[in-house]
Design a binder for this molecule. Sequence first.
Ligand SMILES: [Zn+2]
Length: 112
Amino acid sequence: MNAGVSVRCARPGCAKPAPSALARAELCLDHFLDEAFLRTDQALTRCREGSPLTKESLEWLLSDALATVKNLEESADEPQPEQRDRMLELLLILANLHEYVAHHSVRLEHPA
Ligand SMILES: [Zn+2]
């Protein structure tokens, strides 16, 4: 694909290379996982509180993040065992969120 083009994580103080699945987001695997855990956690908290979620954040979690994790799992980049554990954990949490959204009426915030 785009071998030779190395994208680095855009987070301040982080110069780790971004895996190809994250090149567009300009995030390394660790920072992507941090971000995804944070956003999933916030979304689940809002669901349980009955607070509305933005359609955008829900879509990001249930399609982008999910697709990215699957892509990362299949990519040639060999994750560290600890990163692999976090990826599997993230998949579980995303599955929980998916389940929650499917069985509860989650209020969506419609941007004005
Ligand atoms: Zn990073």
